[in-house]
Design a protein around this ligand. Structure first.
Ligand code: MN
Length: 501
């Protein structure tokens, strides 16, 4: 993925003319210093750009309009160092269409007890200036992120960075194109959804292409391209014996490489950010894209199987959000359970298509039968995933709204080999515990398809869903089934009645 540093967050400080030039000059200096610091911290993935202090309704309107039309501006951080009467903000905030973070900080750490006087008070008023501003945002029913604390506190600035990651994912979705080869897997419900509503809400479009369009691109791949890719496979992975040159499976490896190369050029030519396919519709193709989907995901493309465009788009957004962080993000499916009462856990995998970004060590490249779909045996990467904290995220279409689900999970080290199930796999324990976590997921209607993430947290997803103005259900350490039932009922009323978000 490209670095996010080319994206900008504007640091906008609000004030007014009341205080006179000297105070405003100080406000300006302090704002510059804070913006520079926030820009430079290692947890800030994007560029933070200082903007001159705004002191009037016209200036506020102008900076909001400029943010809207500046392509690489993905959001605004607002801070009220002094008092900035908030009726001045109505016009600007009303038109702002980029995410907003309200940074509730102040310039000084401590109260200067021996020297504090009225000049100090005129300058350092965010404790009440930010309240005036926040009232207006609340009165306007505006979703925004609030980060409270001193700007030099790493934990505080990290929250700003997390929000910036969510804003980068959100920005990436605006105008994004996803290709859907074939339709939904027949009769499956949860992978369906309203693509018109998705484009209205999320900004990305999903359009269908005949599998013939893809097989044409695959057929145009040269033997030379296939040679190069096969060499790359051999260099990068532990290649199964039967796939090497002169071995019986080598033709299948070449075919897998041809599929990857064809898919790559199809996606690049059409400027797509992800795709979905289905094993029920592979006319003109010899095998289901396995290693191709795995490697394309690793390069940042969104993917999900069986026509699941919602999860494909989600995988893409989460990959953008996680740019530069250690660990990976992958399409995932709850595969099967281990119900040993002393050691309950979920085996997560898919038929083939798990992203190698979550592989623990070097992946093996193997070929095995699939058992469904009636096509040739597909080549795939096989690996385990390292233990640690992770999340599973699902997006479902509730008919009148989209719902995101986030479940905190603990990935555990596999204690057993599973030699007869040659797929990439993850073992995890859902929080708060297996029974509550799974029950909660089912009550909330979560899909079997998810995006599994080793490097994002519920905070990223909460910020992201607030930017989108959609529902998010978090299943974690404090989840309680009775309370969750009420949350789902109340959310039904809240989101069902919302008109303007
Ligand atoms: Mn599936």
């Amino acid at each position: 993925m490209d670095s996010l540093k080319k994206l900008q967050i504007w640091f906008v400080t609000g004030s007014q003319h009341l205080y006179g030039e000297d105070t405003l000059k100080k406000v300006d200096e302090h704002s510059k210093e804070i913006a520079k610091h926030v820009d430079a911290v290692t947890t800030m993935p994007v560029s933070v750009v200082y903007k001159p202090v705004v002191k009037s309704s016209d200036e506020i309107y102008e900076v909001c309009q400029q943010a809207n039309i500046t392509q690489n501006c993905i959001g605004i951080i607002a801070w009220m160092h002094t008092f900035s009467p908030a009726k001045m903000w109505i016009r600007g905030i009303s038109v702002l269409n980029k995410p907003l973070l309200h940074f509730h900080t102040q310039y000084n750490v401590e109260i200067p007890w021996s020297s504090i006087d009225m000049d100090f008070m005129n300058l350092n008023q965010s404790a009440h200036g930010d309240r005036e501003f926040a009232f207006m945002l609340t009165r306007m029913r505006l979703n925004r992120k609030i980060v409270t604390g001193h700007w030099k506190d790493d934990k505080v600035v990290q929250q700003v960075g997390n929000w910036a990651r969510a804003a980068a994912g959100w920005n990436d979705w605006q105008g994004a194109k996803f290709a859907r080869f074939g339709d939904n897997m027949r009769n499956v419900a949860v992978t369906e959804g309203d693509k018109v509503e998705a484009e209205l809400k999320f900004g990305f479009s999903v359009n269908t292409f005949g599998i013939g369009d893809l097989s044409k691109a695959i057929n145009e791949v040269s033997d030379k391209q296939v040679d190069i890719l096969c060499e790359e496979y051999a260099d990068t992975y532990i290649l199964a014996d039967n796939l090497g040159k002169g071995k019986p499976g080598h033709a299948s490896l070449r075919e897998a490489a041809r599929i990857e190369s064809g898919l790559t050029s199809f996606l690049a030519d059409g400027n797509f950010k992800g795709f979905t396919d289905t094993f029920e519709d592979l006319h003109g193709m010899t095998q289901l894209p396995g290693i191709a989907a795995q490697r394309l995901m690793n390069r940042g493309y969104g993917f999900a199987g069986e026509g699941d465009w919602k999860t494909a788009a989600l995988v893409r957004a989460m990959k953008v959000m996680a740019t530069g962080l250690p660990g990976g993000n992958s399409f995932m499916e709850d595969y099967t359970y281990h119900f040993d009462p002393k050691n309950e856990m979920v085996l997560g995998a898919h038929m083939l298509e798990i992203c190698e970004s979550i592989a623990d060590g070097k992946a093996r490249c193997e070929i095995h039968p699939l058992g469904i779909g009636g096509k040739a045996d597909p080549v795939r990467l096989v690996f385990n995933t390292a233990p640690g904290n992770a999340i599973n995220v699902s997006v479902v279409d509730m008919g009148n709204r989209f719902r995101f689900l986030v479940n905190d999970v603990t990935v555990v080290k596999p204690e057993h080999d599973i030699p007869r199930l040659p797929v990439a796999r993850v073992l995890w324990k859902p929080l708060p515990d297996m029974k509550t976590g799974c029950t909660a997921w089912l009550l909330a209607g979560g899909a079997h398809h998810t995006c599994f993430s080793q490097n994002l947290t519920v905070e990223h997803l909460e910020d992201f869903t607030e930017m989108a103005g959609v529902e998010m259900i978090h299943i974690g350490q404090s989840t309680n089934i009775s309370a969750l039932k009420n949350e789902l009922r109340w959310n039904g009323i809240y989101f069902g009645n919302r008109q303007n978000f």
